[in-house]
Each structure stands twice: as structure tokens, then as C-alpha cells.
Write a protein that binds this ligand. Sequence first.
Ligand SMILES: Cc1cc2nc3c(=O)[nH]c(=O)nc-3n(C[C@H](O)[C@H](O)[C@H](O)COP(=O)(O)OP(=O)(O)OC[C@H]3O[C@@H](n4cnc5c(N)ncnc54)[C@H](O)[C@@H]3O)c2cc1C
Length: 475
Amino acid sequence: MADVEQKDTVIVGGGPGGYVAAIRAAELGQKVTLIEKGDPGLGGVCLNVGCVPSKALISAGHRLQDASDASTYGIATSNVVIDFKKTQEWKQKKVVDRMTRGVEMLLKKHKVEIIDGEAILDNDHQLRVIKPGPKQFMDNDTGRTITWKNLILATGSRPVEIPHFKFEGRVIDSTGGLNLPEIPKEFVVIGGGYIGTELAGAYANLGAHVTIIEGTDSILNGFDADMVKVVEKNLKKKGVDVVTGAMAKNSEQDDKSVTVTYEVDGKEQSIKADYCMVSVGRKPNTDNFGLDMTSVKLNDRHQVIVDAQGRTNVEGIWAIGDIVPGPALAHKAFFEAKTAAGAIAGKKTANDWVGVPAVCFTDPELAEVGMNVATAKEKGIEVATAQFPFAGNARAVSLDEPDGFVRFIYTKDKKNIVGAQCVGPEASTMAGELSLIVNCGMNVEDVSLTIHPHPTLNEPIQEAADIAMGFPTHI
Ligand SMILES: Cc1cc2nc3c(=O)[nH]c(=O)nc-3n(C[C@H](O)[C@H](O)[C@H](O)COP(=O)(O)OP(=O)(O)OC[C@H]3O[C@@H](n4cnc5c(N)ncnc54)[C@H](O)[C@@H]3O)c2cc1C
């Protein structure tokens, strides 16, 4: 047996959590080893099969829509066609490959040792690296055994499967949904969360007829109903059927189609589609790399329990990203990565945010950070709200995207902003400013006295604050 290799900081998983932790740890003077099994690979779910390729398809859908119908602007177009094979090639080569190569380059620049292989924990102090693949074969051992001063676990998450919808053939997960070889004529999406609704919108823009089947009484649960309503109106305009309170029961497929059966209002219904994408949630990867051989404690949702710096109950083992509690989002993983790497270096870092922004790349986009009225009430905080509609914003009107609003939730006494919401054009971009406002604990006067350039989509932020101050201008 080969010698046990003694390392300084070892990171398992090269996704947004793992690769950012590697960079920060290296910047802080640690000798870093990152182990990535290559499924999906450096950049993790986000860059390979998540945030980035999904936004590429969403952009392609927008380009197609803009090209197909510009009559509002007096522009006549005809014979607009899409070569989806080329769209997919662009998404893979010019977007995903480019970004993942960038991550590899950054890691190399920071002298991070990258090990291609799968880490399997043996105990609280040691792991083995095996070649990725079926674990029952003895010959997949690389012979490398590693110990660490500090180990950061960043193994991410994977899609949840539901009974009778095994991921194969025409029943696909979000990764399958991102890599379709053709634009489906009929596309069924089970689960109207943000992943399902974003891809439903993208394929509707690309020309598919889409049906969303959602078990609860609303899609995009978590966002306020009046925000979701704006998105629903747009989905309806695109011809997307949204069936809520519907339970997916069964799928049957042949080589050409899949028939999905679901129950709604006590009645069974079925739809025949080219593909059925199931996006009902994701589960943390805590059950497939020997974590049960360690003393690391999990909660009842199989997530690793950590303190505010990402420390587990086992000395020297840390965890970040989708495997720890909190929203499963790349920017949360980035933050936790920097916190853990900093804590290892003895810095007073902490995951002490006021709010993690949540963004949804629907049409129009949704963004939210901090509390909404309901969560403020639950905490016993007396709040008021002020909102400004994009219909009163010159830039939104000139973009022909006047739907939606910006809203602040602020304390009644001191007018401190505890939450901010936006539904409308470029809400994703505005989420950064809203996050700054909420996380810096600004009050409405701070925002009202901040000059916002004209004409821009950010002006409603200042206008909503003006309303809260009692001096509305453009409304
Ligand atoms: C379709 C889709 C769209 C999304 N869109 C957004 C978005 O717009 N914005 C956003 O913030 N988030 C988005 N997300 C969520 C985001 O992708 C995740 O929150 C983020 O990738 C989590 O980062 P992570 O580092 O925790 O894990 P992951 O990205 O899952 O990376 C984990 C890595 O660890 C590796 N690994 C696992 N086990 C081992 C092992 N034993 N040994 C070695 N390597 C291992 C895996 O191969 C993987 O590369 C989206 C997700 C999906 C599926």
C-alpha cells in the first residue's frame, strides 16, 4: 500500500463552494488540494448543468422572441428560424466550456493541486481517492490515501427522483432538460419551483408548448403571490399551461413520446409529450462518499450541521454549499466558501448575512432579499410596505417591459428596510443593490437620498423609498 499523503487544506468537490474555497484558502497562504470526481466537473452543477447553461438557454429564447416579433417597434421580421443544434453547441462550447476552463485556470494560477478522482472518507482523519465510476470494482482504487489539517466538504446536491418517474429516456432531470437534442413540441415540467419555471419559460420562448404540473396551489412558492401573478400572466401569454394542486402519478414512454398521468381535483388526466422534466427539488450529496464512516453529524434533512463559520462537529472538518442548511444557491456557496477558508486561516469570518438574495430568471424576473411581510409578522416586527411600479419608469416603458414593481418592507417605527422585492425587467441585476440595502441595514431615507441615474431600471428603487418617506414623485 502506498504511503499516506499528508496535506494541508483538502477540499472535496470543485463546484461554487469548493473552487471558491480553494482560491480563498490559497490566497490566505494555505497549501490547497482539491479533489473533483468530474461528474459534473470543475465549476460543479452551477457552471456545467445549472445556473450558467440554464441562463444561456433562457437568453437564446429571448433572442428568438425578439427576432420573431419586433412589430411593436415597427420592425417587420419574417422567416426567423432556430437551429437548436447550434444553440446547444454555443451553450456548451462558448459558455459552459469557456467558464469551466476559466475556473481551472484560476485554480492553477493559485497553485491549487487538482486531483481527478472521487474522495471516499474512511474515518474522521483519512480519505481514499478512487477513480469515478461503479464502486463495486476493486480496480477503481487509485492507491492514494490522504490525511489533512483541514478538510472542506463541498459535494453539492443532486435532483430528487419521484416514484414512477425514473430518470431515463424521455423522463429527464434538469440536466436532461438543459441538453435536449431538439426543441420539444410538447414539454411537460413536473414541479413549478424556480428551476422548473425558468426552463418552462425558456422552452416556451423557443417554441415548445409547455405544461407545468405543480403539487401545491402555486408555482414559485416562497415569492409573494402578487409577484408570482406577474410571472403567471406572462406564462399565459406564452401559452404555458400551469396546473396547480396536481399530483404526478405515472409516466409511460416509448421511443417517440412519454405519457404523463396526474391527478387534479380528484380526477385523473394525462398528457402526451416529447419529454417530461421532473424538477421537484434536490437532495444533498451526503450519502454517497463515506460520510457515514465519520462522526460528522447530519440534521433530519441529511444536511451537514455546521456553525456560523462552516465548522462541523468534527475538528478539522468543514462543510459548505448545498450540503449545509440554507438556500441551495451558488452565491450562498461562494460566501460560505470564503468564510470557511478565512476561518481556517484564523480570520473572524462568519456567515452572518441579513439575507441571501433569491432570484428567478423568469419573464419577468423575480428577486427578493430579507423578510417579506409574512416573515416579519412571524418575528413580531411591525412593518409597512412601499412599492413603485415599472409602469411609471421611463426605461422599463422604453424597453416595452412595464410589468412589475419594486417593493420595500420596512419597520414602522424607524423605517429601517428589512426586506426588498422586485418583479420586473432585470430584477436579477437589481438584486445586488437590494441586497446591499438590506444587508447594510439602510433605512428608506438613505435610499431616497441616493441619486439613481436616469433613465434606468434602478430608479424604482429610489422611487419606492420616496413613497415610504411620504414624497412620491412619479406616481
Ligand atoms: C438547473 C439549475 C439551475 C440553477 N440556477 C441557479 C441560479 O441561477 N443561481 C444560483 O445561485 N444557483 C442556481 N442553481 C443552484 C446551484 O447550481 C447550486 O446551489 C451550486 O452549484 C451549489 O454549489 P456546491 O459547490 O455546493 O455544489 P455543486 O455545484 O453540486 O458541486 C459539487 C461538486 O462536487 C463534486 N463531488 C461530489 N462528490 C464528490 C466526491 N466524493 N469526490 C470528489 N468530487 C465530488 C461534484 O462532481 C461537483 O462538481 C441551479 C441549479 C440547477 C440544477
